[in-house]
Structure formats: C-alpha cells, structure tokens
Design a protein around this ligand. Structure first.
Ligand SMILES: [Zn+2]
Length: 421
C-alpha cells in the first residue's frame, strides 16, 4: 500500500514523450557535431526557457520567474500552506555542450509531473519544476550563478555586473531573458522550499562501467586548490655535478610522486590532479631554478579533506631537498552532504521499481550544492556513455532517461507523503 501511488505515478511516465521533448530542445542552439551551444542569456537560452514555460502552461501549471531568470513551473498541491517540493536542473550549455547536461534534469522533471498528473494524484505539497539560470558559467562567471543568487550567496547586482568574454554585460542582457517567458509571476529570491531533488547525467564513467541503471548521490565532493612554488638555482646542465645542484624541477617531481602515492585510497574516492606544471627558465640545457605546479584535490568528506590538505604541506616540505618550497591554498569548495532520508526514499523507490542503482558521490558541482543550504536536497544520476560530458558527443540512452523519470516520479510522490505524515 505504501508505494501504491508511487507505482502509479511511475507507470504513467512516457519514455517517448520525454525523449521527444529532449530532442526538440536539442534543436535549439544545435551544432554541426550533434551538440548544442545554448549559453546563458543568449537568444537560444531564452528560446529554450520559453518553450519549457509553454509546455508547463499547456499542462495547467503556473509559471514564476525571479529577478535573475530562474524559472519555476508549479503544479498546485492540495494544501496551499505547504512549501513546494522542487525538482529540475538547468537549460544552459557550454559553447560546445551536449544535449543532456542540465536539460535532461528539467525535461525529466516535467515528465514526472505530467505522469503524476495523469495518474490523478493530488499531492499535499505543490510540485515545482525549476530551470536554474546560468549553471555552466561559460559566458558569464561564476558557475551556478542562478542558484547562488537565489540562496543569497551572490547578490543580484554582482551577478548583473558580470562581463562576458565578448564584452557583453549580464545586466544589459537580462531584461530580454526575463521577457522571453512573460507573462510570469514574480518569485522572491530565497522563497523557501520543502525539498529539492535534482536529476542530472553522471558526467563520469562509473555507472556504465558498473552496469548499473541509476546513481543515487550521497554527497557532492569538496575541492581544494593549491599553488606550489619550488625555488632552486639555475645551473649549466653539463658542468654542474648532481650533488651540487638545486634542481627545482626534480624536487617538484619528487613531491608530486610522493603525493600520488600517499593519496591512493582503496575506494578510489580521493581525486588528486596536477593539471599545470611549469619549469623556469624552460631551456633544455639549464637546470631549472624554479618550478610551479597546481594541485586540485577532491573528496566528499570535509574532515578527510582537511587531513589531506595538511599532508600536501608536509609532503612538499619533506621532498624539497636543497630547494625551498611554498604551498598556498588558492581556493576551494566545501563538500555538500545530501539529505540521508531523501537518498533513502530514492533507494526504496528504486527497489520497488526494480531499478538497479548504486550510491556514489558527485564529482562535479551542481545547483544542488547551493540548494542544500536552503532545504533537504538529493540528487539522482543517469549514466553517461563513456563518461563523456561538456562535449558534443555526450549521450545517455533513451531507456536510462525513462528509468530516471520513473524513479523521479515515484520519489516525488513518496517525498510528498513522507513530509505530510
Ligand atoms: Zn549540468
């Protein structure tokens, strides 16, 4: 009995309807290589948002928009005093983006709400689809701008001052973007929500490799960025004996090799990357007097991230030899814990629907990272072929998208029931 309505909702999901909408949106900003260029605040982005709003209106949902262009489409609940349960993602893309990143989560949300409607289920809470503005941050930084403004981590004025690489100013383009979905009711920034559930492609290869249908996200990785500078002394590559050298390049490589070994864990959860490496003066016959490299370190556990960060400092000092080294943390993002009771609902519903799944952290940052500060938040991952993302070759199978929408529809119903008890 407990899952009767959840089953009913899932059974009304149409994989074909979902796929047709996805392919219709893929036409907006379509690129020659089969991807999309639908960067935030462009006419293509506005066209996609307007189409979503039209589809939602066609189902009798009301449309709201806030001052930065986050778009909300609402199916009323039985109890108008209740906060909305919100699901969605983003419609904007990278300049050479795929047809699934972000947009799949929004289309799945619409399919789930349509299925719930067709099943004749009247939820206690209103259900809302959201399309966040400018998640990709490709044209106007930073990433996750719309949700950051919504939760108050970034001011609207600051967002409006953002300048694109082509010289455009966001504040100048915003009025046209807002007008594209008119008429829409005004939504206040920070308007509270009962829960937030985001569906997204995995953007990694793990689900496909494991042969699992869906991923249930337990946490979003935190990140620490470091800049390491090693100082030695330049010397003649032929005449200077090794014992007398202060080779900054060799010292940097010893440090990196030692960290690579120290940061290898059995569960393969620590992500350690040296993406930049420079030696000076950069001549084949000069012993480098200076070396600089970057570190990108990620893990979902904040305490472990602290420990690893201490190790970065210690290992660099330990392996500097006759050189000097400075290690500076130049930025970071805190890990985000998602609501265990919500991941539990997803897992229970997946079991009920006979969908194979695994629990995993998210390697990428999402709008859910911001929403977790506002309300209980969870995420659902759909497999990405070969883990390819931010690429026109991005692909998820139609069946996987349908399975995701079935689990989403069932979970929304169960979340509504859980919060109404
Ligand atoms: Zn995305």
């Amino acid at each position: 009995m407990m899952y009767a309505d959840a089953h009913k909702a899932a059974s009304h999901v149409s994989g074909e309807r979902l796929w047709n909408r996805l392919m219709r949106l893929a036409e907006i900003g379509a690129t020659a290589k089969g991807g999309v260029n639908r960067q935030a605040m462009t006419p293509e982005d506005s066209q996609a948002r307007a189409l979503m709003a039209d589809w939602a209106r066609g189902l009798g949902f009301s449309v709201q928009q806030d001052g930065i262009g986050n778009l909300f489409m609402r199916r009323d609940g039985r109890d108008i005093s209740r906060l909305p349960i919100v699901t969605g993602s983003h419609l904007d893309s990278q300049p050479t983006g795929g047809c699934f990143d972000g947009v799949l989560g929004v289309v799945m949300a619409l399919e789930a709400l349509e299925a719930i409607q067709e099943a004749g289920i009247r939820t206690h809470h209103p259900l809302e689809i959201v399309a966040w503005m400018n998640e990709e941050g490709s044209r106007y930084g930073p990433v996750c701008m719309g949700s950051s403004v919504y939760v108050g981590r970034m001011g609207l004025a600051e967002a409006c001052a953002s300048v694109a690489s082509d010289g455009a100013v966001l504040g100048d383009e915003l009025p046209a973007a807002l007008a594209a979905v008119a008429p829409a009711e005004e939504r206040d920034f920070g308007a509270p929500m009962a829960a937030y559930l985001e569906s997204h492609i995995e953007q990694g290869p793990v689900l496909e490799e494991q042969g699992v249908q869906l991923g249930i996200v337990s946490a979003i990785q935190g990140i620490r960025w470091f800049r390491c500078e090693v100082t030695g002394a330049e010397a003649h590559a032929g005449t200077t004996p090794r014992r007398m050298r202060r080779d900054a390049g060799q010292a940097a490589m010893r440090m990196i090799a030692a960290m690579e070994e120290a940061f290898t864990d059995e569960g393969d959860a620590i992500r350690f990357t040296v993406g930049q490496f420079h030696v000076d003066p950069g001549s084949p016959n000069v012993v480098p007097g200076r070396a600089a490299f970057s570190i990108d370190l990620r893990h979902p556990d904040a305490a472990l991230l602290d420990t690893l960060s201490e190790q970065v400092h210690a290992i660099c000092q330990e392996h500097r030899g006759p050189c000097q080294v400075t290690v500076e943390q130049v930025g970071g993002v805190a890990p985000v814990d998602l609501a265990p009771w919500m991941t539990g609902v997803l897992d229970d519903c997946a079991a009920e629907l006979d969908v194979t799944r695994m629990t995993m952290p998210s390697g990428a940052v999402h709008d859910a990272s911001n929403m977790a500060a506002l309300c209980p938040t969870a995420m659902l991952f759909i497999p990405s072929r070969e883990g390819i993302s931010h690429n026109e070759a991005e692909w998820s199978e139609p069946d996987a998208c349908r399975d995701g929408a079935r689990l989403l529809a069932a979970s929304l119903v169960r979340i509504d029931e859980r919060l109404s008890q």
